[in-house]
Design a protein around this ligand. Structure first.
Ligand SMILES: NC(=O)c1ccc[n+]([C@@H]2O[C@H](COP(=O)([O-])OP(=O)(O)OC[C@H]3O[C@@H](n4cnc5c(N)ncnc54)[C@H](O)[C@@H]3O)[C@@H](O)[C@H]2O)c1
Ligand SMILES: [Zn+2]
Length: 401
């Protein structure tokens, strides 16, 4: 028997096995089109502890969508919930950076939140659940960002239970935002939410009028947030980028992502020397614009020294309160006439822009998939979170088989 027929036989067997309907209580999710009676969810039941629970898949109402989850990133917010439950939500199903395939939808569901058709088999992501707040609107850049809105993966548990993306299935209820992203691969779809944070930050930066095609830009902090920032700048055609961090591995990856040069702050004693190293990377110039992508108050204080007179700064590193920073208002802002913008989460419009960015990033060969350094199955969600807390990788994801 030649090797090709062996392979074909194995593949056919595998596909046929997959097509057979599994008993309702099976822990394995059904393939597309075959919906089991129950779904597993990873329920955070205590600090630093998830239990895998199984619940009946509820009725899909006329405005609802049942999605079979393919994967979901572990976010810094999940890490906070896992460690300390600051929002007091336990027990809950976490996971808001998720994506999956529509397996059932109510008769009223025809289009996604951007007006694109929706059908069975489409791959989707959700953004926020509409509250009665007219200021959080679709496609209006000047309106309020989605901070404070409800999202799947940060909802209290209820009798539906399928409320987060760390699960086999999630029930998207009418009134939620949902986007058809079938034209993006799984890794790109898992990265949509963190990328939207940076699309928003860059949009905020552009409002200063300082960020231009040939700008010299510093990106301080090369975790996922800083690395994605570099990728977005590259897709905009900005090429003169200096990355600053203390972890050499991350700085090396920053270069793969498109940074021209990098500065390891551990190699330079004192802020004068550090600013001098940044200046040397720009051939004797300071930066026109800087993105602050760490949660460190010292890093905030340092960054002004990297920026030229009349330059700009986008501070986005403090999703949560990280404490106070000490700066010198005369030297750092006033006499240098620095324009500063803050950036927090995103608007719905940024979400849609993110889909285009991800296609462009792939198009120009940026290694976005390499941001996902670890992939765990749902049943290893506790290990996934421990790995995330150890900060061994970049983006950790739960990926369903
Ligand atoms: N604005 C928003 O809406 C938003 C959304 C998500 C995350 N964030 C924030 O962005 C920050 C970065 O997120 P992340 O996931 O990349 O975190 P991360 O912890 O993985 O990365 C931070 C990086 O900063 C580096 N760093 C620390 N101190 C530094 C210093 N003094 N100088 C230079 N580099 C330094 C670290 O070595 C690390 O690589 C977090 O603080 C997070 O709260 C903001
Ligand atoms: Zn997130």
């Amino acid at each position: 028997m030649d090797i090709n027929s062996v392979n074909v036989e194995a593949i056919v067997k595998q596909v046929l096995e997959g097509m057979l309907e599994k008993p309702a209580a099976s822990a394995t999710p059904a393939p597309s089109g075959v919906i089991p009676a129950t779904s597993r969810v990873a329920m955070l039941t205590a600090l630093e502890h998830y239990d895998i629970k199984e619940y009946p898949i509820p009725e899909v109402g006329d405005d609802d969508i049942l999605v079979k989850v393919e994967g979901c990133g572990v976010c810094g917010t999940d890490a906070h919930e896992f460690k300390r439950d600051p929002f007091g939500l336990i027990p809950l199903v976490l996971g808001h950076e998720g994506t999956g395939e529509i397996v059932k939808m109510g008769k009223n569901v025809k289009k996604d939140s951007a007006g694109k058709d929706l059908k069975l088999g489409d791959k989707v992501v959700t953004c926020m659940i509409f509250k009665d707040n007219p200021d959080i609107t679709m496609f209006d850049l000047n309106k309020q960002n989605v901070g404070g809105a409800d999202v799947y993966g940060l909802l209290p548990d209820d009798d539906i239970h399928l409320n987060g993306w760390f699960a086999d299935y999630i029930l998207i209820r009418g009134g939620s935002t949902v986007f058809n992203v079938s034209d993006l691969d799984l890794d790109s779809r898992i990265l949509i939410e963190p990328c939207a944070v940076l699309i928003h930050a860059v949009e905020r930066a552009k409002t200063t009028g300082i960020l231009r095609f040939n700008s010299r830009v510093v990106v301080q902090g090369c975790g996922p947030i800083g690395l994605i920032c570099i990728a977005i700048l590259r897709t905009m055609g900005i090429e003169n980028i200096v990355a600053v961090d203390g972890e050499q591995k991350r700085l090396d990856f920053a270069k793969e992502m498109g940074a021209t040069k990098s500065v390891n702050f551990k190699d330079h004693k004192g802020i004068e020397a550090l600013a001098g190293a940044v200046e040397a990377c720009f051939d004797g110039h300071l930066a026109d614009f800087a993105f602050q992508c760490t949660g460190s108050p010292i890093a905030h204080a340092n960054i002004y020294k990297f920026i030229r007179n009349g330059g700009g700064l986008c501070e986005l590193g403090f999703f949560i309160n990280g404490g106070d920073a000490t700066i010198n208002p005369h030297f750092d802002i006033c006499s240098k006439e620095i324009t500063t913008v803050g950036s927090w989460v995103y608007t719905l419009r940024d979400y849609a822009t993110t889909f285009d960015f991800l296609k462009r990033a792939k198009g120009i060969g940026l290694p976005m998939s390499k941001l996902i350094t670890h992939r765990f199955p749902l049943e290893q969600i506790n290990e996934a979170h421990v790995t995330n807390l150890k900060m061994e990788g970049l983006k950790i994801a739960i990926v369903n088989q």
